[in-house]
Write a protein that binds this ligand. Structure first.
Ligand code: EPU
Length: 433
C-alpha cells in the first residue's frame, strides 16, 4: 500500500484483455520530469510561476504538497483545451521551512528544493532521501557542488542541513551524468555571486526545459544541452509563464504499445527530436517510426526483429524506457541483450514477464531476452513506475487476461493511461479495490 499525492490510499488494478491491434492518435502529456524541477524553480521567483500543460499525476500532487509546506500557494487548473492545464505557484517565505521525511521518502525528486532554498534563503533543511526500488541513488554530487559554491552541509537525524550566507560561483565537474544533480546546481547558481561552470553536465531535454524557464525568470544561463552549462548569478528572479515540454518517456511508452501490438499509433504532441535513440531502435526492430505533423507515428506489420539495447545518459537510450522495450523484445524473432548502465536494480519487471512465458536470463546488469511467439496473460505485480508500464505493454500483446496489481506506481508518472490506451482500441479497465 502507498500514499497518493492527495493523501488517499489506492490499490487499483488494471485488467487487460490482450491481443488487440492498437490504432489511432492520442495526446502526450507534459513531462513529469520537467514539471518537477520547474516546480522547484518557482521557489526562486519573487512572483508567480505558471507552468502550462501539467498532467494530474501523483508525483506532481506530492511535490505540490511539499511546496505548500514550504509556504507556497499552489493551484492546478484546467486550461482552455486538452493538455492545457496550468499549475500556478506563488512562493512564500520558506526561510525556516523543512522538507519532511514523510514526503521525501515517497518521492526522491523532493531533493530538487535544496538548491533553490539555499540560493534564496541561505539555508535549507530537508530529509535525506533513502534508497529506492531501482537503486541506492545517492545525492553526493548535489552536496559536493553546493559545498564548492560555499555552502556548509551536515547530516543530523536523517536531515541534511545546508547553509550559506551567499553562494558563490564555482567550477564544478560532475563525476557522472546526473539529471537532478545538474538541475539542482543550475538553480542554485542562478542567484549565486559570480559565474558557475557546470562541467560534465547532464544533457537531457528536461535540463534544457528548466534552463528555458529559468531564463524566462531572468536568469543568465547558456550551454544547456552541452557538456558545460555556464550560469552567471543575478540578484533576483521574477515570475514567468512556461509551456512544459512533452513527455518523451510517455510518448515512447505509447509508441511501444503500438509497436508491440502490430498497430499504428501516433503520439500527438511528442517531439521526435528528443526521442532519436528510441525511434532508431524501433526502426531496427522492423517498425516504421517517423515524425509526422504534430507528433510521432509508429507502425509495424512484419515480425519484431530482436535488437540489443544499452541504456545511457541522453542522447543515449533512456533507462526510463528500458523496461517497456524489454516487454517488446520478449516477442522478438531472435535474441536481444538489454544492458542497464544507469541504475543497479532496474530489472524487477523480469520476474513478472517470465510469469507470462517470457524467456529472460539476467546476469549482473545484462538481460538476455530470447523471443517467444506468444506471451500469455497472468496476474502481475507492479513494482516501480516504468516496470509497471512494461507489464501493461506485455498484457496488451498477450493472449488472455492480464491483471496488473498495484498500479499506484504507474499513476505516479502516467495520467489515466488506461483512457488513452482505450482510445486506441485497447481493452483495459481500472478496477477499484
Ligand atoms: N548518482 C550518484 N550521485 C549523485 C547523483 C546521481 O551516484 O549525487 C548516480 C545515480 O545513483 C544513478 C546515476 O547517477 O546511478 C544517474 O542518476 P541521476 O541523478 O541522473 O537520476 P535522477 O536525477 O535521480 C532522473 C529522473 C529519473 C531517471 C534518471 C536517469 C527525475 C525526477 N528523475 O533521476 O526518472 O531515471 O534521471 O535518466 O528527473 C522515472 O521517471 O521513472 C525516473 C526514475
Amino acid at each position: 500500500m502507498d500514499e497518493t499525492g492527495n493523501g488517499a490510499l489506492t490499490l487499483d488494478i488494471f485488467v487487460i484483455k490482450g491481443g488487440t491491434r492498437l490504432t489511432g492518435a492520442c495526446r502526450v502529456s507534459g513531462a513529469k520530469n520537467a514539471v518537477l524541477p520547474a516546480m522547484a524553480a518557482s521557489l526562486l521567483a519573487e512572483g508567480p510561476v505558471e507552468i502550462v500543460g501539467v498532467p494530474r499525476l501523483r508525483d506532481i500532487a506530492t511535490f505540490g504538497r511539499l511546496l505548500g509546506i514550504l509556504g507556497a500557494e499552489v493551484t492546478h487548473e484546467g486550461g482552455a483545451g486538452e493538455g492545457r492545464e496550468v499549475l500556478r505557484i506563488l512562493s512564500g517565505d520558506a526561510r525556516n521551512a523543512v522538507a519532511p521525511y514523510d514526503l521525501v521518502k515517497t518521492m526522491r525528486a523532493s531533493v530538487l528544493v535544496l538548491g533553490p532554498l539555499l540560493a534564496r534563503y541561505g539555508r535549507a533543511r530537508i530529509s535525506l532521501p533513502g534508497g529506492c526500488a531501482i537503486g541506492a541513488r545517492p545525492i553526493d554530487q548535489h552536496l559536493r557542488g553546493l559545498e564548492l559554491m560555499g555552502a556548509k552541509t551536515s547530516l543530523s537525524e536523517g536531515y541534511i542541513e545546508a547553509s550559506a550566507d551567499l553562494l558563490s560561483g564555482a567550477a564544478i565537474t560532475f563525476d557522472m551524468k546526473t539529471v537532478t544533480g545538474t538541475e539542482n546546481l543550475m538553480m542554485a547558481a542562478t542567484l549565486a555571486k559570480g559565474t558557475t561552470f557546470l562541467k560534465n553536465a547532464a544533457k537531457e531535454p528536461e535540463v534544457c526545459d528548466l534552463a528555458r524557464l529559468l531564463r524566462a525568470m531572468g536568469a543568465d544561463i547558456e550551454g544547456e544541452g552541452t557538456d558545460e552549462i555556464v550560469v552567471r548569478g543575478v540578484r533576483s528572479l521574477h515570475g514567468a509563464r512556461h509551456e512544459v515540454m512533452a513527455d518523451r518517456i510517455e510518448a515512447a511508452t505509447l509508441l511501444l504499445a503500438g509497436a508491440i501490438t502490430g498497430g499504428d499509433v501516433t503520439a500527438m504532441g511528442a517531439d521526435a527530436s528528443t526521442m532519436d535513440a528510441v525511434l532508431e531502435k524501433l526502426r531496427r526492430s522492423g517498425a516504421d517510426a517517423d515524425a509526422v505533423p504534430g507528433g510521432v507515428r509508429v507502425r509495424r506489420e512484419g515480425p519484431i526483429r530482436s535488437v540489443n539495447v544499452k541504456t545511457a545518459p541522453y542522447p543515449g537510450f533512456p533507462t526510463d524506457v528500458q523496461a517497456q522495450f524489454m516487454a517488446y523484445m520478449c516477442l522478438g524473432d531472435g535474441f536481444s541483450v538489454i544492458s542497464e548502465t544507469i541504475f543497479e536494480n532496474r530489472f524487477m519487471h523480469v520476474a513478472e514477464l517470465r510469469r507470462m512465458g517470457a524467456r529472460i536470463d539476467v546476469s549482473g546488469n545484462m538481460a538476455a531476452v530470447r523471443g517467444v511467439p506468444e506471451l500469455s496473460g497472468a496476474p502481475l505485480m507492479a513494482t516501480d513506475l516504468r516496470a509497471s508500464a512494461s507489464l501493461v505493454l506485455a498484457g496488451l500483446a498477450a493472449s488472455g487476461t492480464t491483471e496488473v496489481l498495484r498500479i499506484y506506481h504507474l499513476d505516479r508518472g502516467y495520467e489515466a493511461l488506461e483512457h488513452r490506451l482505450t482510445s486506441l482500441g485497447a481493452d483495459i479497465v481500472r478496477v477499484k479495490e
